[in-house]
Design a protein around this ligand. Structure first.
Ligand SMILES: [Zn+2]
Ligand SMILES: [Zn+2]
Ligand SMILES: [Zn+2]
Length: 220
C-alpha cells in the first residue's frame, strides 16, 4: 500500500514512529528526525490521507492506518540495517546512509525472507526494536537461518559471533570482556544443565536469556 507513498510521507511516518517509541511527538521533534523538511503542508497531507492526527495539545499521533503503515516501513528499515551490517559487513555509518534507500527494495515477501535469513533479529544495530512479522512467529523457520541465536545451536556445532543484540550496553561490554565479540569463532560445549560455549581458548557458561541475545553465523 505504501509502495505508492511519497518519500516525504514515508519520512514523516518513520519519524513519528521513532518519536512515539520514546514518548510523544511534536512538530519540532519530528522535523529533527525526518530526513526531509516537515512543512505544515506536508503534515496536512498526512492528516488528509488518514495517517496522522493532532491532539488538542499539539501532539502528532499516528492513526491506526498510519501505525500499520509506519510499522512496516520501520520493520524494513531496521532489517535493511541488519542486512547491511551483518551480511554485507558495512559499518553503522555506511548503513545509516543506505538503510532508507535499501528499505524500498524489500518487498513484503522478501522482507520476511530476509528476516528469516537473519534469524528474526529483535533489534537493529542501534538497538531499536524491529517490529515482528508473521515469520517471527513461525519458529521452525529458524532451522534454515544463516544467522541464529547461539542457544539454538546443537552441542558441538561451530559458529562465528555475528552480533550481540542486548538492549543494555553493560551486558554487551561484559560479554566482550569475555571475548564474545563479532567475528570470533565459538563452539557449543554443552546445553544442560548449564549452557557452555568454547570461545577461543576459554569456556564460558552463559545464562539462557543472555545466550538468546548472542547471534552467530552458522558454519554450513
Ligand atoms: Zn527508512
Ligand atoms: Zn537502526
Ligand atoms: Zn521474522
Amino acid at each position: 500500500m505504501h509502495n505508492w507513498l511519497s518519500q516525504d510521507i514515508v519520512e514523516v511516518l518513520e519519524s513519528v514512529w521513532s518519536n512515539e517509541e520514546r514518548g510523544s511527538a511534536d512538530v519540532e521533534e519530528i522535523s529533527i528526525e525526518a530526513k526531509t523538511e516537515v512543512t505544515e503542508e506536508l503534515l496536512a497531507e498526512c492528516e488528509r490521507e488518514g495517517y496522522l492526527m493532532r491532539t488538542s495539545a499539539g501532539e502528532i499521533k499516528l492513526t491506526p492506518l498510519g501505525r500499520q503503515t509506519a510499522r512496516e516501513i520501520i520493520r524494513r528499515h531496521r532489517l535493511a540495517e541488519r542486512l547491511v551490517v551483518d551480511v554485507l559487513g558495512m559499518t553503522l555509518e555506511e548503513s545509516e546512509a543506505d538503510a532508507c534507500e535499501f528499505e524500498h527494495f524489500l518487498a513484503r515477501g522478501v522482507t520476511d525472507a530476509i528476516c528469516t535469513l537473519l534469524g528474526h533479529p529483535r533489534f537493529c544495530p542501534h538497538n531499536h526494536p524491529i517490529p515482528e512479522g508473521d515469520c517471527c512467529r513461525q519458529v521452525e523457520d529458524q532451522i534454515n537461518s544463516l544467522v541464529t541465536s547461539i542457544d539454538r545451536l546443537e552441542v558441538g556445532e561451530q559458529a562465528q559471533i555475528a552480533y550481540v543484540s542486548a538492549a543494555n550496553f553493560p551486558r554487551i561490554r561484559k560479554l566482550s570482556s569475555f571475548g564474545i565479540t563479532p567475528g570470533i569463532p565459538v563452539k557449543v560445549q554443552q546445553k544442560f544443565p548449564s549452557f557452555v560455549v568454547q570461545c577461543d581458548e576459554t569456556q564460558i557458561a552463559l545464562e539462557r536469556d543472555i545466550a538468546r541475545d548472542i547471534y552467530v553465523w552458522r558454519k554450513s
